[in-house]
Design a protein around this ligand. Structure first.
Ligand code: ADP
Ligand code: ADP
Length: 217
């Protein structure tokens, strides 16, 4: 299955993407993770992306699209994938449609995680990520047993630079202005399914997998 997850920052895309990708046995491709890996390795792509990420803005379409084109050309993505955080603009969605059409294929489904702004702010302000295995935690909603240490791999947790209050507000504006139009874009293609992403993580996973099953996933 070729699936896209869309939703505001903090909706739980990364958290759910792990479970959904495992359920579908497809690679999880997160543009945010790829950018962050480039930032920490200091690559030219990372240096460029960082300017935008730190300001809570989207990285320019051209840079992002080229990066995704390369990633989707890797063999593990040939039979299906889960895109987390891409596309995030209508030009990116157009580019993805074209790229897949050139490969003789198309997206199967776009799942929107629906959560309101207040909840998103609570989730982002307490988000912690593991430096070792990348697992996503939350200080209040999904705490580790020892402060700052990952229960899964024992590495240290960090707080993302862009999860500060001012940057969160900017990211929510970017979402409303540039990403929310994708809901209509994919609605018009009859590919959109929205799920309620509030409540416990496991409940959201059950809703997501039920929705996928009804689309053959
Ligand atoms: P979020 O938790 O906001 O969903 P991500 O990890 O997906 O965060 O993205 C972090 C940052 O990386 C974004 O604020 C943006 O600067 C950049 N980014 C990620 N994906 C894209 C994309 N598809 N287009 C442009 N910028 C992106
Ligand atoms: P996104 O990738 O959409 O930005 P994440 O998956 O990183 O979102 O989740 C943002 C934060 O919210 C994380 O700290 C995560 O642990 C927490 N979180 C995710 N899903 C839920 C949920 N259903 N209830 C409470 N907190 C959640």
């Amino acid at each position: 299955m070729r699936l896209v997850l869309v939703g505001p920052p903090g909706a739980g895309k990364g958290t759910q993407a792990e479970f959904i990708a495992a359920h579908l046995a497809v690679p999880k491709i997160s543009t945010g993770d790829i950018f962050r890996a480039n930032v920490s390795q200091g690559t030219p792509l990372g240096v460029e992306a960082r300017r935008y990420m730190d300001a809570g803005q989207l990285v320019p379409d051209e840079v992002t699209i080229n990066m995704v084109r390369e990633r989707l050309a890797e063999p593990d993505a040939s039979d299906g994938f889960l895109l987390d955080g891409f596309p995030r603009t209508v030009p990116q969605a157009n580019a993805l449609d074209k790229l897949l059409a050139d490969l003789g294929t198309a997206l199967d489904l776009v799942m929107e995680l629906v959560v309101d702004d207040d909840e998103v702010i609570r989730r982002l302000s307490g988000r912690r990520t593991c430096r070792g295995c990348g697992k996503i935690w939350h200080v209040e909603f999904d705490p580790t047993s020892r402060d700052g240490v990952c229960d899964r791999c024992g590495a240290q947790l960090f707080q993302r630079d862009d999860d500060k209050a001012e940057t969160i507000a900017r990211r929510l504006e970017e979402y409303a202005e540039k990403t929310a139009p994708l809901v209509d874009y994919y609605g018009a293609q009859n590919k959109l399914v929205g799920i309620d992403a509030t409540g416990p993580v496991e409940d959201v996973t059950v809703r997501a997998i039920d929705a996928l099953r009804s689309y053959g996933g």
